[in-house]
Design a protein around this ligand. Structure first.
Ligand code: ACO
Length: 444
């Protein structure tokens, strides 16, 4: 590698031809590979990277992660400092706008978000259309997608004012939709937003208010939830954010993008893992069963949910903070007995060669569910809370993508391994077991 000129030389051993590929930001441009011809007429060399393991698809200024050192920063601020000193709404401002707000800007931001906590009454009817046992994540995804029909101007994605309004709307309305989804599943009347309360206090009110005239959230639980939301606000190019950017690259409106991102988040390998963790811990039931569970995970059976991360090859810094919050919450709610199983599982796994060698540590989802459960939040709501908190990050990433002149509609290449050209055979000539038998074994 020529460090002075920041290029890398690639020699094609077949032709002896030498190519100089510029290196910028520790990366080569994959499109520069196209000049290396594989065949004289062909489109040139491509990089093959299933699951985008080693591909940077954008330049970003929002989150920084150093997975080996267990570092996460939003806009340069360490997650530990934000969790200690900031509030979720202030962090959302930081993530979305790039700087911490001044007092007057923060006041205005809070006002602007609270202006958008109500949802159109028709949206309520929309939620009522879901079956009583619909998963709240499905309700959230469907309802957020439906929002785009209420705000058709959202498709003006190049208009700064429109982008700003949709961002405030989404951050303002997600708690309302999330809480309505929960109330629907319980057959309880919807609770309208109470803008005297904080962002998280209002969310708790919309979730849990019964017949009292005014809901007063417990300040410790309100703060714990606020910190959990801070920890989930953004996490660079994860699966749901990549989905957000990919849908956004087609210039779909941000409601459609958030619905798609939430659908990605709802998968058990991503934001639904905290739901799975509780099921796993309940199934384990007692600490004496842990060795058998570890043995099964090591033999390629059920994975230990809440363990491992694509980026963190060290302790997930968010899991460390969450572990601390758990004990504050238990002071109010009483201890969730699952914590003992979780701690023992972590202790045994972190001493085990299999987990040590693969650098599998507890991730953010390992402890968050235990806290939510102690707070009385039902398991099915866990990914919904994740989506609520991640909305600020999704919007920041989406806006960054919209304004990035290098971005185009997302359209990766493929390596085609299917049939070569063949002739159509009429239906009546295709026989079971005959020479023209169609291939019926496939993925679908
Ligand atoms: N339990 C047991 N073994 C595991 C686990 C686990 N939780 N996670 C990974 N491994 C093993 C794999 O079997 C593999 O072993 P091998 O090299 O012998 O084949 C090795 O570790 C690497 O695993 P990959 O699947 O290649 O790692 P990848 O980076 O693709 O996956 C992921 C990351 C999806 C998070 C994975 O660790 C996992 O499935 N964890 C459980 C689900 C989970 O907790 N998801 C939440 C992630 S955090 C978030 O999304 C907010």
């Amino acid at each position: 590698m020529d460090m002075a000129n920041s290029t890398i030389s690639v020699i094609d051993n077949r032709t002896g031809k030498r190519y100089e590929l510029p290196i910028e930001y520790d990366a080569i441009r994959a499109t520069d590979l196209a000049q290396i011809k594989v065949t004289p007429e062909g489109p040139g060399l491509v990089s093959y990277d299933p699951a985008l393991l080693n591909t940077a698809a954008c330049k970003s200024k929002i989150s920084f992660i150093d997975g080996d050192r267990g570092i996460l920063r939003y806009r340069g601020y360490p997650i530990e400092e934000l969790a200690e000193q900031s509030t979720f709404l202030e962090t959302a401002y930081l993530v979305v706008k790039g700087e911490l707000p001044t007092t007057s800007h923060f006041r205005m931001w809070q006002h602007n978000i609270k202006m958008h906590t109500l949802v159109h009454e028709n949206l309520k009817h929309f939620i009522e259309g879901f079956r009583y046992d619909a998963h709240p994540m499905g309700i959230l995804i469907g309802t957020v997608g439906a929002l785009s029909t209420f705000y058709p101007e959202a498709k003006r994605i190049t208009d700064l004012e429109s982008r700003r309004v949709q961002t405030r709307r989404l951050i303002g309305k997600m708690p309302t939709i999330a809480a309505f989804a929960y109330r629907h599943s319980r057959g309880l009347p919807y609770v309208y937003p109470d803008n005297d309360l904080s962002y998280t206090g209002n969310f708790l009110s919309m979730m849990f208010k019964m017949t009292e005239l005014k809901y007063r959230p417990d300040p410790i639980l309100e703060r714990a939830l606020d910190v959990l939301f801070i920890l989930h606000a953004d996490h660079e190019q994860n699966c749901s954010t990549t989905t957000m950017r990919a849908i956004g690259s087609a210039h779909s409106d941000p409601y459609a993008c958030v619905a798609g991102a939430a659908a990605a988040l709802g998968g058990p390998r991503h934001g639904s893992a905290n739901e799975e963790v509780i099921h796993m811990l309940r199934e384990i039931g007692s600490v004496d069963k842990i060795p058998a569970v570890i043995k099964e995970a090591k033999s390629g059976g059920a994975r230990l949910t809440g363990f491992g991360h694509r980026v963190y090859k060290n302790y997930d810094p968010r899991a460390k903070i969450i572990k601390k919050i758990a004990y504050d919450v238990f002071e109010v709610t009483g201890k969730n007995p699952l914590i003992d199983i979780a701690l023992e599982l972590e202790r045994i796994a972190l001493q085990d060669d299999y987990f040590v060698k693969r650098k599998l540590y507890p991730n953010v989802d390992f402890y968050s569910g235990i806290i939510y459960e102690a707070m009385g939040i039902p398991i099915a709501m866990f990914p919904v809370l994740f989506a609520l908190a991640r909305t600020s990050g999704w919007m920041a990433q989406w806006a960054e993508m919209v304004l990035d002149e290098e971005q185009k509609i997302t359209r990766p290449k493929q390596i085609y391994l299917g049939h070569d050209e063949r002739r159509y055979v009429p239906l009546d000539q295709r026989r079971d077991g005959g020479a023209l038998e169609t291939e019926v074994v496939g993925p679908l």
